[in-house]
Design a protein around this ligand. Sequence first.
Ligand SMILES: [Ca+2]
Length: 468
Amino acid sequence: MNMLTPSPRPVFRWLACAGLLLAGLLLAGLAVPTRAADPAPNLVLIIADDLSPEDCAAYGNKGVRTPSLDRLAREGRRFDRAFVTTSSCSPSRASLLTGRYPHQTGAPQLHQPLPAAQIGFTEHLRAAGYWTAAVGKWHLGAPALPKFDVVKQGGGPSGCEQWAPTLRARPKDKPFFLWLAAIDPHRAYQPATIPEPHRPEAVTVPPYLPDTPEVRRDLALYYDEITRLDGFVGQVLAELEAQGVAENTLVLFMSDNGRPFPRCKTTLYDSGIRTPFIVRWAGRVKAGTASASLVSTVDIAPTFLALAGAKPLPGAEGKDFTPLLRDPTASVREHIIAERHWHDYDDHARAVRTQRWKYIRNSYTDIPNQPPADAVNSPSFQAMRRLRDEGELTPEQSAPFIAPRPAEELYDTQADPHELCNLAAAPEHRAVLQELRAELEAFARRTADAAPPQRRPDEFDRETGKKR
Ligand SMILES: [Ca+2]
């Protein structure tokens, strides 16, 4: 019977196989990314405003609640020696976007707009097929707006309210770059920013600030804004997961400058220029690791362009730090350079920092090491003025009031992490001083760096912070 009537089964088998093969090819076709086997990574850069790494739990401060940053560090790599090129908001951002030092951007002083002729790395990302958006704080001026496809400014007190919604509404047919800039934890501070505010007893008071109730309350309010910012970082991480793109997205968290307190923001001490720097990139950067290698925010532009397979920026100064993503013990630079320019008050200084040493050269020794106007207006600084008048400040706490100040400063950051003991005159460290001095002089020659021909007047009173 079977021999006489041909069975239809082989035909069905063949049809079934062909169908499966076709379906497989179709599925494979859909899964193949537009850029061959290694798809261009999405890049998310999160920029806090005035945050020092010492004020994140991931960097050891258990008094501040930053669960999302803790998670980023747990799932990525924490960089412990990462630095901005200047401790000042808009110049730091202009340097980051152009991959150049502040004096090379045409916008070295606070609030100066970045000239349109300065090329931002986003322009090369766009040429390579990326969709680019800046969301939250802008502070780069109108001429730089066209360097992104989309710029959404503000959105709420935190500056972060539009981050996740913008990510949700992105075009889904392109790799993306997001510049997510917070206004937190920038001053001014209000009570009840978060449901469970930090207690003043829980804060860590650095030794160059007096341990008074005013300073503790001020630090606690600063911590509250850090926690608020942290919540928005968590929303972005959740949205990346919801879209199924977390695996192929590099997230980098940093700050534009250090905490807005005296002897921190605008200074060239680590409290001004050291930044949190956490990179998460699943499967590419080993989770839960830390790196002590030097890295600068001027390095981000060349690194992101290299990762995206985009053209490098002409005239960029930064170094591609992708070796540090593969190996936390790799090295891409021997030192970092940082600059100080006019910021509310007149100033001009430069610093070079190696793994161990910090050398600072102050051009205007006649003025004190002034905090910015927002910090002068803070309860902390006003308490310090009172204590100064009462003779109750330690020498290191008095620094913001003392002039003249030294032309040169040298610190051993390993033995003296708060940079309180100036070794510039110590005979046993003369060789280090000369080496770092020569390094700064070479930098000045190579990049045509010099103090401006004219001093710029202060915009605020140095004691009261009132606008002049
Ligand atoms: Ca800032």
